[in-house]
Ligand binder design. Structure first.
Ligand code: ADP
Ligand code: MG
Length: 261
């Protein structure tokens, strides 16, 4: 049997990455000498305190921003460059309704086939139901709450069937109970898509439920990885509420809590 080519098993490679910002004459070194590899089809949670650099890292990974030094390589050239980025502040088109905004996810697909087009409207309708947006399809973004806008952005990204999905706290503006339900739906969708997912959050529970690997950053300058924790129970956690009650979940919580303090 042929051994797997390592290039085929890694989707994102970060090499010696450095990034700084200048604010009011002061230079803030957010990252320096950062190394990271993310496996294809994995679900990685990026966890860290507010302001540590999570959104900056995600923008660098999705190539929305360029590093000062070092490189970020995405191994998705062979998959029609299919990647989606759900930003912390959902960027919806104000002149389009919620449904029309979500519709963009499919519109931008250059590889639409007959089956995709036939199923698209049905899938979209179902997604509005699953993400608790049924009845809001014809609302404009200005008529939706922040949490609702986030969910439209999530549906839009999922509808594009990305090979790599970058998410920046997509459920942060959603109440606790609904968030647990949405995390459950979202995880299943990502598993169905078998996309590589990088998910930024400052919520430990969310990271443990969703991700097969949890990378914890600190707030030092430059910001560093303080823990890189595999989650062997990831497959068994299929319900965000029930998972929280298991000893495996609590053990991981305690471990991560220790790093974040
Ligand atoms: P997090 O997402 O972890 O809350 P961010 O990545 O948004 O953190 O920000 C990390 C640091 O970088 C913060 O100190 C923030 O002020 C700074 N920063 C982020 N984006 C910019 C920018 N475009 N210009 C200047 N400073 C920025
Ligand atoms: Mg952020």
């Amino acid at each position: 049997m042929c051994p797997l080519n390592p290039i085929d098993t890694i989707d994102i490679t970060v090499d010696d990455l450095a990034k700084s910002y200048s604010n009011g004459g002061q230079t803030e070194q957010i990252f320096k000498d950062l190394q990271l590899e993310i496996k294809k089809k994995s679900f990685v949670a990026i966890l860290g305190p507010s302001g540590c650099g999570k959104s900056t890292l995600l923008r660098l990974l999705s190539q929305a921003e360029t590093p000062d030094q070092g490189t970020v390589k995405l191994n998705d050239a062979h998959r029609n460059n299919r990647r989606a980025h759900i930003e912390q502040k959902p960027a919806l088109l104000p002149w389009r309704t919620a449904l029309q905004n979500a519709y963009i996810g499919g519109e931008i697909r250059i590889d639409q086939d007959k089956k995709f087009r036939e199923n698209y409207a049905k899938n979209l309708k179902e997604a509005f139901q699953e993400f608790h947006l049924k009845g809001y399809e014809n609302y404009y973004p200005s008529q939706l709450s922040g949490g609702m806008q986030q969910r439209v952005a999530v549906i839009r990204a999922l509808q594009s069937e990305p090979a790599i999905l970058f998410c920046d706290e997509p459920f942060s503006a959603i109440d606790f109970v609904t968030r647990l339900e949405l995390d459950t739906v979202f995880k299943q969708k990502c598993r169905d898509l078998t996309c590589t997912t990088v998910f930024v959050t400052h919520n430990i529970d969310e990271a443990i439920f969703l991700a097969d690997r949890i990378i914890v950053f600190n707030k030092e300058r430059p910001c560093r990885i303080v823990a890189d924790i595999p989650n062997p129970h990831w497959r068994n956690f299929t319900d965000a509420v029930k998972s929280r009650l298991t000893p495996e979940f609590n053990a991981l919580f305690e471990k991560i809590w220790g790093y974040l303090q």
